[in-house]
Design a protein around this ligand. Sequence first.
Ligand code: SME
Length: 151
Amino acid sequence: MTTTNFTEVFEKAAALVKANPEDLLFRICELLKQEVYHYDWVGFYILNPDKNELILGPFVGKPTQHTHIAVGKGICGQVAESGQTMVVQDVTQVENYISCGLDVQSEIVVPILKDGKFVAELDIDSHSPAPFTADDSIFLARVSSLLSDRF
Ligand code: SME
């Protein structure tokens, strides 16, 4: 594993938000996957409050069949319910987990809040075992707050 300069990557994300390309969310996914060695799948799930479910938005990495996830189900659905970041260092150790492939070993999901309410989340799968530190959580929370007005 290589060490990431999260400050530098955050600055690149902020520059992208400022440039405001039409496909901003996709470009953020690309940036994160490219810059952080242990991010292998990066995507957004967006809340559909009418159906109380998450819908897959822009992502990079292997296509997933989990395009709709009920609130409460899996790591993603639990974060939608709690509005709190979840870090799973070993996906085989959690019960309420939806597998997106055997190569995924760990996952971090960070909520995106707008006016204090959950609107979407950033989901990252990793093929590395236990790769996440507090730096990931802090960095991803900062990226999420940069994007909250896009939902
Ligand atoms: N593993 C997630 C499902 C989404 S995939 O990682 C893309 C979960 O347990 O909610």
